[in-house]
Design a protein around this ligand. Structure first.
Ligand code: ATP
Ligand code: ATP
Ligand code: MG
Ligand code: MG
Lengths: 165, 155, 155, 165
């Protein structure tokens, strides 16, 4: 399974439709403070099904929708898609290319799609679980995760252990 | 249940020990069950001895040593439960130049079986990348991607 | 007692607002009493608007923006209760190159009235120093100071 | 008041008698991970009277005594001195140079000196309070302090405020 592309529109600081391509190996993301790099990791977490808004640095789910800037008005919906090359069939679907999409509206309503076909969040969770891409896994690791492990007591560390293993 | 935990613990502990030595260039580290008689409830302690130093409580280690130790641990989890791709957000922040070098070489190795997306400010980590994307805010508050650079790998 | 707190709060808030603009090159920030009717017990909230962006909850800001905001706040405390010397241990870790530059120029200014000892890995901060000491561990586990460098200040 | 020198012997990784000089303005301390830079900030905190070992990354006071390395045996005592130029008389003493010294033994016993004359910890606290150098003040600021302020609730922030102001 290879991640091919991330598309974001209306997600946090991505007020414009944005497309980022990936190859195998290592892709570096660089830029100044506050430019949107961690927002990209948040976008990945979110489209993989993150339900705890605190893990996305917000208070309520609508915090992930572009809230405007000095020159722009807020948007009404956030959308992120991940496009996978599924030639090795790791995702149990008949497609060699699989796109998972998540949307959220200001009302709080959410929409989910697999290859443009509407589905439930549960379907995305189940699909990703097969590929080892569930939210609990080590798919997104940040400086916070490192501090969390360092500052945890032995009992809390055990919980991290059980989650990860 | 307890058997499963024991097996997982043993494997992850092995990975952790090896990765630590690889990232620190020596020393040793291991996970310890706080109460080996209570497999289902016991906490997990981390015992660390950086190269040439005495075994120390994790708290007394330096910022960079602590970060590198946990990187070894998280990658040990990753080795046990692989994921096809992994996003790393500035986990190299506390490392000095030498450790960034060692970490980036380690990552290039690991990247043969796992796809990595690495957010970083560090030159050493950037040099390990195959592709680089820039994110900027030409217009305040609005993120924009700038041209993809293909990294010239020296060898 | 309440009068004292109110006066201190007002002064620190002013400093904070000015320092924020200076370090961010714009925008605005202020401290807010969560409950202005309960001067003696109320919590303190931090409201931040980086240049060109909308006012945001501190949690949604980036790592570098958060660090710089708190640097502005801590220096606001310092301006209110000066200390003859101050040790800063790697507080520039999360800043990008442009912010490190702005921070080091700010620090050089402040250093006219306060003596600073700054532990850092960042080149920009090192260049602001008048003197530099190196710490190494030639022999594992034993710290050793190496030759003092006097910084050639460009102007 | 100007800090002239820090002397450390047996404090954490300073197994050898170490002397560091300071001038007015900015002194930078650089070096690899784990070399001893933060141990210098700890030494300053400690000699200024820090009594909470957790603020020095330890569990018990004797954690600040050099505990040995692969090649060296542990030491039995830690000592740190700060030498001040007191020409401006900010410290209310008749001396133009003031040295404060703190020692701790494995037994837990502590010794305190002002210009080589034995005194109590309280005398050092009182002296430094006059100069604005008490432990609560912003005399040592680390990345931890920054995270502490960032992650604190409004009520906790108020406590920081009261401490600092
Ligand atoms: N819903 C939203 N609408 C608009 N802007 C947002 C929204 N959520 C977050 N932001 C903005 O995105 C910016 C943060 O971006 P991000 O955390 O990705 O920065 P970064 O590139 O990781 O920076 P650093 O190098 O400092 O870590 C902040 O300025 C924040 O105000
Ligand atoms: N009592 C002690 N005896 C011997 N060594 C000690 C003692 N306390 C701490 N150390 C060692 O000192 C080292 C930490 O030093 P310090 O925290 O000053 O590093 P640093 O230079 O700040 O590094 P970094 O750049 O990673 O922050 C650790 O390796 C730790 O094991
Ligand atoms: Mg970030
Ligand atoms: Mg340090």
């Amino acid at each position: 399974l290879l991640l091919r592309k991330l598309e974001a529109y209306g997600f946090k600081s991505f007020a414009e439709k944005t497309e980022m391509e990936f190859k195998s190996g290592i892709t570096a993301i660089v830029g100044p403070n506050g430019s949107g790099k961690s927002n990209i990791s948040d976008a990945v977490r979110w489209v993989l099904g993150e339900q705890n808004i605190r893990n996305l640095r917000g208070n309520k789910m609508e915090d992930v929708i572009f809230s405007g800037s000095a020159k722009r008005r807020p948007l009404g919906v956030a959308e992120v898609s991940l496009v996978f090359d599924n030639t090795d069939g790791l995702l149990p679907l008949e497609f060699s290319e699989v796109t998972i999409t998540r949307r959220v509206f200001r009302s709080g309503d959410g929409e989910y799609y697999i290859n443009k076909a509407p589905c439930r969040l549960k379907d995305i969770h189940d699909l990703l679980l097969e590929a080892g891409l569930s939210r609990e896994s080590m798919t997104v690791i940040s400086q916070n995760k490192i501090d969390e492990v360092l500052n945890s007591k032995p009992e809390e560390r055990r919980l991290l252990f059980e989650e990860a293993a | 249940m307890a058997k499963q935990f024991k097996a997982a613990f043993a494997q992850i502990n092995d990975h952790f020990g090896e990765l630590f030595v690889r990232l620190f260039g020596g020393g040793r580290a291991q996970l310890i069950l706080a109460d080996p008689n209570d497999i289902l409830g016991t906490g997990i302690e981390i015992i660390v001895q950086p190269p040439g130093k005495k075994q120390q409580n994790l708290a007394l280690l330096s910022g960079g040593e602590r970060a590198l130790t946990v990187i070894a641990l998280l990658f040990a989890f990753l080795s046990f439960r692989p994921t096809p791709f992994c996003v790393l957000d500035e986990i190299d922040a506390a490392l000095d130049e030498a450790n960034v070098q060692r970490f980036s070489e380690f990552l290039q190795d690991y990247a043969r079986s796992t796809q990595f997306i690495v957010v970083t400010h560090r030159k050493g980590t950037m040099e390990a990348a195959d592709v680089m994307h820039g994110v900027t805010m030409e217009e305040s508050g609005v993120s924009k991607l700038i041209s993809v650079k293909f990294m010239d790998k020296a060898g």
